[in-house]
Design a protein around this ligand. Sequence first.
Ligand code: ATP
Length: 884
Amino acid sequence: MIRTPESPLRTLRVMREGLVDRAEGRVDLLLETLVSREVFTRDDREDVLSQAGPRGRVRKVLDILDCKGEEAAGTFLLALCHLSDVTDEASVQRNVTTHTAEYSKAIQKHKAVLRRRSESMLYYNTRHGEKIAFSQHYVNLLVVKGHHSLELRKHEVLTFGQRRLALQSKAMEKRVIKPAQLFTNSAGGRPPKRVLVTGVAGIGKTVLVQKILCDFGESMEHLEFDFVIHLTFRDLNLISKPVSFRDLVLRKNGHLAKCVDAVLVNESKLLIVLDGFDEFKHYRSCNVDAFVTEPDEESEVAEVLSSLIQGELLPEASVLLTSRPMAVSYVPVGSIDCFAVITGFSTAEIRDYFQRYFQQEQEAQQMFEKVAANELMLTLCYIPAFCHIVCSILKDSGGLSRESPKTMTDIYTQYLVALLRTHSSGRVDVCDGRQGDVGEQQRHKETVLKLGKLAYQKLMDHETLFYSRDLEAVEVLHCTIISTFLDKTSVQEPGFTEDVFSFTHLTVQEFFAALHVSMAGEEVSPEVWEEHTSSHLHQDDAGEGGHLDLFDRFLSGLLSERNRALLSRCAGFEPPATQADVYRRGLLRKLQHLCESGGQVLTQLHCLFEQQDDTLLHQGFHPSMLRVNLSDVSLSAMDLAVVKHFLQDTTGVIAELDLTGSNVTANTLRALQPYLNRCTSLWLGENTLDMEAIQVLAQVLQSSDTLTYLGLGWADIGDEEVFVLAEAIRSRQSLKEIWMEGNRISFRGLSSLSALTPFPLQAVVAIWNDVSEEEAAALNAVSPGAGCFTAAFTDDSMWEQWGTWVLRRCQGNSAEKLLSVLQKVCPRQRTLEVPWTRRFYRQLLELIVERINQCSDEDDEDRDIRRKLQEFASALPTDVILDD
Ligand SMILES: Nc1ncnc2c1ncn2[C@@H]1O[C@H](COP(=O)(O)OP(=O)(O)OP(=O)(O)O)[C@@H](O)[C@H]1O
């Protein structure tokens, strides 16, 4: 209940956001009331209606009222009180009427439909008619609530200040959860409404969605919902005309035709699942301000979905969105209440998977042991899609008679070979080199290459669906083998039915696309080849924002000696050897460039790993300085294996290892320990480093003569951790600077470092900790003149270096990453009023302008990046820059 207060205007200002919440569902009625009482003019009304979305309109109403005085504000508050009472009553009434017998019957029917749709596990290459019961084959997936960098982005509380620190520790409360817990709030508050689940290719996002549908259909979980509506972006890509949300629901759920209104009215009991955001053709257009607010309102499909995700349409409904990480920067994260990441299988789950796949306990155990004996293969299996393919290869070969796969491409290549062999009518084992049906092998090869071409074209266009005419164009429509690699669905359009195809999995499309380019024959133009290989060095990966990461890795793997040999021996493919050499030289040049400039290097390390050639680095990799930048990527077990593989093949000092925000744990540090000893600068900030991790770090400090600069900003460390580090620094005395911004360190912790200044420690940076400037001054007084301790953002020269580091991070990064760093370092409020920041901001602005100029007008993605960069440019404190 809102009381009419002494100063209604003041109430409007103080309760602004609360009022927006309360009035958003009633803004049209309120507006009419204000016009009828002559508080608002028609022009005011137009002004309000021109705003996007109900919340935007309420904000405009409040802005106008702010200029109209106390009486107008009072009228508004009274009208809102009145409407609240009326509409609350109406909603009670509505709830009663919707819960009729018919509504309950519709729920049961819908559950039965979902049960039917989700009863089989969709495996690649499941034979038609073959059914694998979902419930028997579903293996528990590890789902972790909380996504560090996204949560920070959401709040846009940038690197500065305690607020970020508080948020960071909150974001770090990572927990493994069950799918049903995605919509609960462990702290007991309002359950999250909009949930984003991310995870890399093949990690199980679609299967998790199927689990939710299955459990709901079985009435086992998710009982807080009456209806779960499942939409995939793959299907939504097919819609090219304006559409309403109501139509979207009915397209796949004809059985709801009679009760769709009740379903939509009861929005708080509705869960909408939107699977595969990264596959959406229009994913770059979802972070916009054009909304629809009514389920019946027709608009472009991107607008309808973006309204849903942003809570402008059906704000009380729950929404679950899944995406690969590469597209999440386009999700309007401001409206997401809960972030979760699927981390795949652990060893126990891989074992369970083998058990379910092979069913015979002894066979499963034997096969598991074969995989477990090969550490790399076991690591690959944490991704369920790979685990599945490994099992099918094992089954097919009776347990790895061929060379066991070491990389992701090996797995897919062996899988392809196995499938082609299964489809050879003569069933002669061509891999033994014996004479098979050569004509048939040739036909299969041609079909696969044609499919590769299609996969490539579609991947470049961000498309995953195609039609009979596309298959016709590459002359494969009537080849029987295509059903092995493609899924077909028939779509009912008014007046006709159309067949729509997609690869059995997006990763399969990426593999085929790479296969196409790797052949580099007549089909592949020199320009295409250049684009993906030798011009590696000049290519700004930013343009694709990670879209081609997997493709790049497959391409490298397919151009490796062993996969070329396998494909040639077993499937008659002849990838040209000279091209493979050109590729390798390009890769080494790019790698060297990134190591010298400190650019993000993980994709190239994966490509190098795919080559599995220990001599490669000796052939053309001689960087003047070794800087390995792995920042801002949550490192998986496979990533770590790849990094280790690279560092092991290098010698000498590692000038810089940047693991900022890479989800580093004690285990990561242990795995990298021999290489940490070789680092001069080691950046570990923005990771939660517990005592175990600090102990590993202490061992490094005790044994390394090289480690000179250590970054531990926002690492959630306190005094106890500093004591351990101090002891270690004392014993080796080689560390010169330690940066610990945004932690929980107090005067007591810092005091333990005081005996180590000014030698060996020349700088101890501890701003945004529990230390006051006076306390820092007291610590500095112990070694006068040295001024080693810094607890405030003041010292020009030192912070200038910090600014240089930030700039370097920006320069070395893609435009996309630059955006994410900018989000951290561009303060919304002017908190940085010290002299060096002027130069810092000016340089930042120059960099932004340079990147803006690099964006092309032709490309959607470039236009989007430019728009965002321009927003940052205009948010920079230009007065500070200009009056320098
Ligand atoms: N929980 C699970 N239990 C058993 N098998 C699984 C599970 N999760 C995934 N798989 C297997 O892995 C394959 C890939 O999973 P899924 O399609 O869900 O991945 P995804 O994360 O949606 O991938 P992408 O981003 O490439 O679309 C499935 O077809 C299935 O074979």
